[in-house]
Every structure is written in C-alpha cells, then in structure tokens.
Design a protein around this ligand. Structure first.
Ligand code: NAP
Length: 282
C-alpha cells in the first residue's frame, strides 16, 4: 500500500481558511488588523524569500506584515534597539526575527529580547522553557507545525519510539520535547552520535532535521515507519532519501509541500492567537 501522504500544503490551506475567519472576526469586533513585524537583517536571498512568503501569507488571511529590513552591517545593539521598539509598539502583535542573522550579531541575545507576548515564532528561551514544562507558550514554528500535521493525520505518538536527527534550538531540540510531551519515547541524534543508522533503524517515527541533502538513507529506516522530513535543498530534496523509500513506510511528509507550508501556517496561527490575547478577544 502506498504511504499516507502527510500533505502540509493542503493542511496549511485549511488552517488559512480558519485564520481568515478569525481575522475577519477580530476586525469586526475591534476595528483593528493584526500586524506581524518581520525583521530581515542582511541580504541573504533564501532568507529574503522566506520573509516574503511570510508577508504574503499574512495578506492571504487578511493580516498585515510590517517589513523591517536592516543592513548586513547591523550590530547587536542596533538590532536590540529595533526589537525593543517593536515590543513597545501597540500596533504590532507578533515579531519574527528571520534566522540566521549575520555572524557579528548575538542571535540568542536578540531572540531573547522579543517579549514573550509577541514571540509568535517561538524562539525565546523563556518560551522554550515554558513549552518544555507543559506551560502555555507559542511553540517554535517548524516543530509545532510538524506536531499539527501528525495530529491532523491521526498519527499515534504515545509509546512510540521517535528519533529526531538534529538538535538545533529552533528545530531538533523543541521537536524532541514536543514529541516527549505527546508521550513518545524520544532519541535525539546529532553530529557526535555513534551508530546513527542503528538509532534511525529503531524509529517508529523519524524526523530529519539535519540540514544535509538526503543524509538519512532510506535503507536505515524500518518498514512501517512514519517519516518526517524538515529539510529542503536545491533540487527539491530533503534531509532524508525519500525517493528510495517506496511503499515500505506508513506515512511521509513530501518535499516540498510537507513541513515548509505548515511552518508558515503555524507562524500565522500564533500571530492570530497573540492578537486575540492582546486584545482580550478570547
Ligand atoms: P542546523 O542548525 O544546522 O542544525 C543541524 C543539526 O544537525 C545539528 O544539531 C547538528 O548536530 C546535526 N548534524 C549535523 N551533522 C550531523 C551528522 N553527521 N549526524 C547527525 N547529526 C548531524 O539546522 P536547522 O536549522 O535545525 O535545520 C535543519 C533542517 O531543517 C535544514 O534542512 C533546514 O533547511 C530545515 N528547516 C526547515 C524549515 C522549514 O520551515 N521547513 C525551518 C527550519 C529549518 P550538532 O548539534 O552536533 O552540530
């Protein structure tokens, strides 16, 4: 039987339909339009594309985005000052700082300067800590989007062995804790892991978040596994060798059209939630 396609593109349009109605409701009740500020430091073309896609998504659901471009020579202090101003701006409900920022900037310090109420991309230590402890917080957008896909398609997590390859602050680490909160048994692999193939081979659910094209080989993955690929590389391949998996697996996020669209849909969802909370509309 062919694997179930965990179609993030289709799910993201359903999410956007719901958000459009919520934004229209907010406008009707408050006379205001939610605004997501998008900070782009420097001129990395991939980052510029991601920020543009996020701005387009805002417009599709009736929100506005405030574009905040900053030069590649920006210092940590200058970026902190801009974030402070956006934190204090009552017109802005959410703040996105596009990762990565140029090397001279202390990215962690800048992420953590975003106020928790406006941290709709889920990048602050405080938000991460709260999420880890099961307290209310906006989740890091990519892993939160993956959890939404798994939930929507009824993928059972409780008691399953999930293996996450990658431990970055915005993806692998929060992914592992979200799966743990859903009662999966979680193994986190990274660049110093020994016998990666062996760990991957024991996964009921495998999440590829390693940043290297087709690094996780199809032959490592066991029959019937649920395969989630967060990667996207030139040539339209992800971090997992998906094309060689055939019909052996039970479900898979396609590349493209899997995790990517749900990352943006999650950012939109959390911005609408922030507006609803800040305006006392829930
Ligand atoms: P990252 O910050 O570069 O982290 C990569 C992780 O992979 C690190 O934890 C690293 O381990 C681990 N790793 C590197 N080489 C390895 C090896 N040989 N064996 C095992 N683990 C290894 O990347 P990221 O930001 O988490 O992104 C990961 C992937 O997701 C990328 O393909 C990226 O394009 C994609 N992504 C997609 C979205 C989306 O919206 N769809 C968003 C973000 C990221 P160490 O910690 O030991 O260095």
């Amino acid at each position: 039987m062919p694997p179930l396609i965990l179609d993030g593109k289709k799910l993201s349009s359903l999410v956007e339909q719901d958000l459009s109605m919520r934004v229209a409701g907010l406008k009707a009740r408050t006379g205001r339009t939610p605004i997501l500020a998008t900070i782009l430091v420097g001129d990395d073309p991939a980052s510029a594309t991601y920020v543009k896609m996020k701005g387009n998504a805002c417009r599709r659901i009736g929100m506005e985005s405030l574009s905040v471009p900053m030069p590649s020579t920006t210092t940590t202090e200058e970026l902190l000052a801009r974030i402070d101003a956006l934190n204090a701006d009552p017109l802005v409900q959410g703040i996105l700082l596009q990762h990565p920022v140029p090397h001279q900037i202390d990215e962690r310090l800048c992420f953590d300067a975003i106020s928790i109420e406006k941290d709709v991309d889920g990048v602050t230590c405080l938000g991460f800590g709260r999420m880890s402890m099961g307290e209310a917080a906006y989740g890091s957008a990519t892993p939160q989007g993956i959890m939404t896909i798994l939930q929507h398609y009824g993928i059972e997590l409780e008691g399953k062995h999930a293996v996450v390859v990658g431990r970055s602050p915005i993806l692998g680490k929060p992914m592992a804790l979200m799966l743990l909160a859903a009662n999966a048994t979680v193994t986190v692999c990274h660049s110093r892991t020994r016998d990666l193939a062996g760990h991957v081979g024991r996964a009921d659910i495998i999440v590829g978040a390693v940043g290297k094209p087709e690094f996780i080989k199809a032959e490592w993955i066991k029959d019937g596994a649920v395969v989630v690929d967060a990667g996207y590389h030139p040539g339209g391949v992800g971090d997992i060798e998906l094309s060689a998996l055939g019909e052996r697996i039970s479900a898979v996020t396609p590349v493209p059209g899997g995790v990517g669209p749900m990352t943006i849909a999650t950012l939109m969802t959390q911005t609408v939630m922030a507006a609803e909370k800040q305006w006392g509309a829930v």
